[in-house]
Design a protein around this ligand. Structure first.
Ligand code: HAM
Length: 419
């Protein structure tokens, strides 16, 4: 039998992990610069965390969760997203009593039972950030702007920001009714999911992708005419802040997103060149979520980005070679005595902070040189009987091809100086 990774999952092999590490390092560096601390929550939670947090009428909770009973007969779910766990942790650790806002970021795997395709997996990775404790739009603007900094640093260009406000429980009631009025005459022609949404969650009618629905429904009114004065001014101020940062965005009044916790701001980033799954990230405000978890009323806003999609976009737009691992020096040895010396020398160089590797297999000169090339070694240090006798190596610069003799005792210093 041949084993393979489960459908919708993938291995990140050493050939691939360079680009992932580059992405992760960029996220960590950016988050630290913006004042975010890392939070690591468990990979699994009590199922109720997501039922409460994400909402029982969402696709995620209805059909995409990996839920099972553990040996203690508790219902456990592999996390499909990061926001509900972070807010569960915020309440559990009484973070509201600490100086606000709480600015947290995370990087890690998420699990959704979706139909796999390019850019869509069952185990995927997100980096995300959450700001808890800020009612005003400065936090919304920061969580919209910060991933754009990450994308820029990664070489991902042409990201389109879609922006909307879905109001608050006060103004949303009237808008729901307005939507029902538009959809009521065509109810029988809607797709089965939308027929369910009509009663339970009419806002979600707006982001149905089915051709059947698109064709039969007249254009619904945008929500903006229904926003209460507070929501309208929050949205206007957010736009001013984004304009001030020179961030372009497209107002998209259909952008309601698939999670129930959102209030006011919703947004999504789309990028070209990575196929149909082009949403590279998204987020929004969730002013009622902390309360849902039994905390006080504390507002929050956040974003999460799909890292597999970031990697696809990085590959589509940037030169892969800059993500390669590479080492400083490969020690080529000829003969048993030289091999023993190379072994010691490699450890000595590593102790000096220099990345070094050596032949462990006893291959010939040509094969060792080819291997050094595969490793993208900057230098090759050749040790044969001759060199051993002179206490030196022949140091070859792989880019220029130039070669010089360097005494073994000075090799570390010379490599450090060449950096
Ligand atoms: P989301 O839109 O469900 O939001 O996911 C965010 C991003 O994760 C998506 O834009 C996409 O790039 C990526 N993603 C989602 N599902 C998959 C999948 N099956 N395969 C590959 N990538 C995927 C959230 O998760 C919210 N927690 C975001 C948020 C944070 N809102 C407030 N704070």
């Amino acid at each position: 039998m041949e084993y393979s990774a489960p459908r919708g999952t993938q291995d990140i092999t050493p050939d691939e992990s360079g680009i992932w590490q580059y992405l992760e390092a960029t996220v960590r560096e950016t988050m630290a610069r913006c004042g975010y601390g890392e939070i690591r929550t468990p990979i699994f939670e009590h199922t109720e965390v997501f039922e409460r947090g994400v909402g029982t009428t969402t696709d995620i909770v209805e059909k995409e969760m990996y839920t099972f009973r553990d040996r203690g007969d508790r219902s456990i779910t592999l996390r499909p997203e990061g926001t509900a766990p972070v807010i569960r942790a915020y309440v559990e650790h009484r973070m509201a009593a600490r100086p606000q806002p709480a600015k947290m970021y995370y990087i890690g795997p998420m699990f959704r039972y979706e139909r796999p395709q390019a850019g869509r997996f069952r185990q995927f990775h997100q980096f995300g950030m959450e700001v808890v404790g800020v009612p005003g739009p400065a936090a919304d603007a920061e969580v919209i702007a910060t991933p754009l900094e990450v994308f820029r640093a990664l070489g991902i260009r042409d990201v389109v920001v879609n922006l909307n406000s879905i109001g608050c429980p006060v103004c949303r009631g009237a808008y729901r009714e307005a939507l029902r009025q538009v959809y009521q005459p065509v109810l029988a022609e809607l797709c089965p999911s939308c027929q369910g949404r009509y009663d339970r969650n009419p806002l979600r009618l707006l982001d149905c992708k089915s051709e059947q629905c698109r064709a039969s429904v007249p254009e619904p009114p945008p929500i903006f005419g229904y926003l209460c004065p507070e929501c309208a001014s929050h949205f206007a101020e957010l736009r001013l802040l984004l304009d001030g940062l020179g961030i372009e965005y497209v107002i998209n009044s259909r952008l309601v997103r698939g999670l129930d916790y959102y209030t006011r701001t919703t947004f999504e980033y789309n990028v070209g060149g990575i196929g149909s799954q082009d949403a590279i990230g998204g987020g929004g405000r969730y002013d009622g979520l902390v309360e849902q978890f039994g905390g006080q009323s504390v507002p929050g806003v956040g974003v999460a980005c799909g890292m597999e999609r970031c990697v696809l976009a990085m590959k589509a737009e940037a030169d892969d070679s800059r993500f390669a691992r590479g080492i400083t020096v490969y020690l080529v040895s000829l003969g048993d005595a030289a091999r023993a010396k190379a072994f010691e020398l490699a450890f000595d160089l590593r102790a000096h902070g220099i990345s070094a590797d050596f032949d462990m297999i006893g291959r010939g000169l040509k094969a060792q040189m080819r291997y050094a090339d595969k490793l993208s070694a900057r230098y090759v240090a050749i040790i044969g009987d001759d060199e051993l006798e002179r206490g030196a190596v022949a140091l070859k610069d792989m880019a220029s091809g130039s070669q010089q003799d360097v005494p073994i005792a000075q090799l570390a210093t010379q490599l450090l100086n060449n950096r």
